[in-house]
Design a protein around this ligand. Structure first.
Ligand SMILES: Cc1cc2nc3c(=O)[nH]c(=O)nc-3n(C[C@H](O)[C@H](O)[C@H](O)COP(=O)(O)OP(=O)(O)OC[C@H]3O[C@@H](n4cnc5c(N)ncnc54)[C@H](O)[C@@H]3O)c2cc1C
Length: 434
């Protein structure tokens, strides 16, 4: 259990005073990272509650806001004006600061790239250099190092982001059932031409001939003429605020191969039978419909393991990873397979290839499985997503992210005394200059 001092910050002056203390600190957004990057033992974990809108250009869609505003709040304000955040993760409850710190990717990464591509500028308060404006033309190195920089360079204060024009809040979707991994990989390529957004689910317990059987879900934002105005009365309909809350933690014994199988059958059915016209909330953020869904994994908790591997050997490596998972004693629950395009710089996760994310409840055998998967991914030239990671060690991390040292040089300029830390930076040795 990590003991931290939690503090809610509503003004940047409060943060500047904390930086003058000797105690280390880390900023926290909405805490949607799966691992240990938004917490810090023996220091301050500072909850970012700064979420005001500063400026919006109705003609261009350029928005300037404080970094604690969430994707959900941006949608709530701008959807009826026909603007939407262009790159969103699988939940809308993330802040702009958190989206930058993990350089998040969405369902169209192979076309749109990561979050860096929709941000034109941010301001950041750093221990050594104070307040900096960072963009592609000013402090360029710091600008790129902050994307995927795990909140370790400074407090991102304001963010300027380009929103995307939309005609409706619906997606024209198609579901393609595939019977094995080869068909899955081919289907991604085949349907790429017609659909911008794609994501697949596979049966994690399938073996042999049916290894990789699953459903590829595809979608494009619907144009006005593509929706039925009789049924969809409001083309720019906002998501519902109602959600079903999991009232308590499920007992740990409920998490077993059988419950895993039942859950995966339900997912298979709902993915394969998704309506042709789907609201963005269901298409982008299906888990948001269940409040505190993490309680479903019991009190022991869970991890999500996400990796990316380059294109050349994707069939062989994905097959090996799926075999390792299905033959382990660990129970795989939710999973997501996506295609990725070119990556960015420094500690940003993506690279051109395939990425697989998969949930596992914590168990005694899990660390051994994760170590095997880490070795496989490293040998394939791939890497693990730090936004989800909880296990990676320093040595493997350095091989997976060879630009770590260049990143650390930027950190050294901004924070020579290592005032900003988190549990991830300790585990990965990201402040080795201290
Ligand atoms: C259901 C679900 C689905 C997800 N799907 C995806 C996905 O499809 N793609 C993807 O890329 N990620 C995905 N994620 C991960 C999520 O997008 C990231 O972990 C994101 O960073 C969380 O943002 P947050 O505001 O909750 O930040 P937190 O989790 O609170 O913090 C994350 C990091 O951001 C830093 N940080 C936060 N605010 C600031 C700030 N103002 N200045 C500097 N640093 C700051 C923190 O220090 C920390 O290092 C998913 C997570 C969940 C729970």
């Amino acid at each position: 259990m990590i003991e931290t001092k939690l503090k809610q910050l509503t003004g940047i002056d409060q943060y500047e005073s904390i930086l003058n203390f000797d105690e280390p600190n880390i900023v926290r957004g909405l805490g949607r990272s799966y691992g240990d990057q938004a917490v810090l033992a023996n220091g301050f974990t500072l909850k970012n509650r700064m979420s005001r809108i500063i400026a919006f250009d109705e003609d261009t869609g350029l928005l300037k806001a404080e970094s604690g505003i969430s994707i959900a709040e941006i949608i709530e304000v701008f959807i009826n004006k026909g603007w939407f955040p262009p790159i969103v993760p699988g939940t809308k409850f993330v802040t702009l600061g958190g989206a930058i710190a993990n350089d998040i990717h969405g369902k169209a990464h192979h076309v749109d790239g990561t979050f860096v591509n929709c941000v034109s500028e941010f301001t950041m308060i750093t221990p050594e250099k104070g307040r900096l404006i960072c963009s592609r033309s000013e402090n360029e190195e710091i600008f790129y190092a902050a994307f995927g920089g795990l909140g370790l360079l400074g407090w991102i204060d304001t963010v300027t982001i380009q929103l995307k024009k939309i005609e409706t809040s619906y997606f024209k979707t198609e579901a393609v059932k595939v019977s094995n991994l080869r068909e899955m990989i081919d289907a991604f390529s085949e349907y790429d031409q017609n659909y911008r957004y794609s994501v697949a689910w596979f049966d994690p317990l399938a073996k042999g001939e049916s290894l990789g059987k699953g459903v590829l879900s595809l979608g494009n934002i619907a144009r006005l003429g593509e929706i039925d105005s009789g049924k969809q009365k409001y083309p720019l309909k906002l998501h519902s605020q109602k959600k079903l809350d999991l009232p308590m933690f499920l007992p740990n014994f409920a998490l077993n191969k059988l419950s895993g199988q039942i859950l995966n059958k339900i997912i298979e059915y709902s993915q394969a039978n998704a309506p042709e016209l789907t609201h963005y909330d269901k298409f982008f953020f299906p888990l948001d419909a269940i409040g505190q869904w993490n309680r479903g994994y019991g009190t022991r908790g869970f991890i999500q393991y996400q990796f990316v591997i380059p294109m050349n050997d994707e069939y062989k490596i994905l097959k090996e990873a799926m075999n390792l998972i299905s033959s382990s004693d660990c129970t795989p629950f939710l999973n997501v397979l996506k295609k990725m395009g070119e990556g960015s710089k420094y500690l940003s996760f993506p690279m051109e290839g395939f990425t697989l994310a998969i949930d596992f409840p914590i168990s005694k055998k899990l660390p051994a499985l994760i170590r095997k998967l880490d070795d496989l991914i490293l040998s394939a030239g791939g890497r693990v997503y730090l936004g989800k990671d909880a296990f990676l060690g320093k040595e493997v991390f350095r091989k997976m992210y060879p630009q770590w040292e260049e990143w650390q040089n930027v950190k050294l300029q901004l924070d020579p005394e290592g005032k900003i830390q988190n549990e991830t930076s300790k585990r990965l040795g990201l402040l080795s200059y201290l």
